[in-house]
Write a protein that binds this ligand. Structure first.
Ligand code: 13P
Ligand code: SF4
Length: 361
């Protein structure tokens, strides 16, 4: 397994239309307005649905029509009959919704909600990396721009990556971008030698092994569940590793009663709802607290901005047609190769062997 040096960032194609200068701003909102009720009314009147990731604030999760992980949210976006998708997550998720559901209007509360993994992987540098390894299949984590998706062979998420890798011929060389920790975890789990892009998630990278062990010694019976975006130094202490939905399922099904949760702590909102009798302790950062584990991008979304994007019909995702069509191909391959939703566990059955060379254009 080789990790590459990080290359310089360049301009990317703009995929989000900003609100017009006449659009309403936060100061225009009547402070006595019942925002939850107004958002509900706008959803009904405009045939809109709200999709939210587990890392959103609890009040946004409560308003959403569906809360899920990256794969489940993509599936929902692809299947919806609503006219408008309001995506409460980050930009790569809203872009994915638009790519899979191009006839829908896709809104996002804050156009600045990006992702450190997406930032780490500029399209021109990724193209150069691909060109240097023409025999490698580009397996790319969904946490990337539409342009990087368009340059990839197959998109994966943390809940289907292992099954998709296991469906590829053993002798197929693979390059994996942009999360080197997830890539290294997958290489260990599947026994595959993969070339890794050097990106990381700012949230998962900050967990401290030392503080985790101190916390564990204070709660010896606590079971550790971790997201595979964490570094190996954290994952090696975990009793369970999985996507956000797999983590939620694990703690809900487990007979244990106390858990240390090594991922963005807003996931705990759903854990408490699913298992109110159990205790969930967020994994600590280097200062011994979990305060730095909130995703700074997810956190940009607020109830006010959610309301405003529905009133202003912006920020709105618009992807140039050629880019959208090119980015759809590797997403369709992901959908074809993913285990069915109900079998979405950490040890998925591999699908029948898939020959990437027969499919990649
Ligand atoms: P999943 O919810 O797919 O596990 O992804 C986690 C994440 O970091 C999303 O940005
Ligand atoms: Fe990106 Fe990490 Fe935030 Fe997910 S938690 S959106 S991977 S920065």
């Amino acid at each position: 397994m080789r990790v590459l040096p990080l290359l310089k960032k360049k301009m990317m194609i703009e995929t989000v239309i900003a609100p017009s200068p006449q659009a309403l701003g936060p100061d225009d909102i009547d402070p006595t307005l019942d925002l939850e009720r107004e958002i509900g009314r706008l959803c009904r009147e405009n045939n809109a649905i709200i999709l939210a990731h587990y890392y959103q604030d609890g009040e946004i999760q409560e308003l959403a029509d569906f809360v899920g992980d990256s794969l489940d949210l993509s599936r929902r976006a692809a299947a919806t009959q609503a006219d408008i998708i309001v995506f409460c997550g980050v930009r790569f998720m809203a872009e994915t919704a638009k790519i899979l559901s191009p006839k829908r209007i896709v809104l996002m509360p804050d156009a600045e909600a990006g992702c450190s993994l997406e930032e780490s992987c500029p399209p021109d540098a990724f193209r150069a990396f691909r060109d240097k390894h023409p025999d490698h299949l580009a397996l790319t984590y969904i946490n990337c721009s539409a342009e990087v998706k368009a340059l990839s062979d197959i998109i994966v998420t943390s809940s289907n990556a292992e099954a998709i890798i296991n469906s590829l011929p053993q002798d197929q060389p693979i390059l994996f971008a942009p999360d080197r920790h997830l890539g290294a975890y997958l290489a260990r789990k599947t026994g595959r030698d993969m070339l890794l892009w050097p990106g990381t998630c700012v949230v998962h990278e900050q967990f401290s092994e030392r503080e985790l062990l101190r916390l564990k010694s204070r709660h010896p019976g606590a079971v550790i569940s971790a997201h595979p975006e964490c570094p190996e130094a954290i994952l090696c202490h975990a009793d369970h590793v999985g996507s956000t939905s797999a983590m939620l399922k694990f703690v809900t099904d487990s007979k244990d009663r106390k858990f240390i949760i090594a991922t963005e702590p807003h996931l705990i909102h759903q854990m408490k709802k699913a298992a109110p009798e159990k205790t969930f302790i967020p994994a600590p950062g280097a200062d011994g607290t979990c305060s730095c584990a909130n995703c700074p991008f997810m956190e940009l979304n607020t109830l006010e901005k959610l309301y405003l994007c529905m009133v202003n019909m912006a920020p709105r995702v618009e992807i140039p047609n050629t880019l959208r069509i090119a980015a759809r191909k590797p997403l369709d391959r992901m959908m074809e190769l993913s285990p069915p939703a109900a079998a979405n566990t950490d040890t998925p059955e591999p699908k029948p062997s898939f020959d990437p060379r027969a499919n990649v254009a």
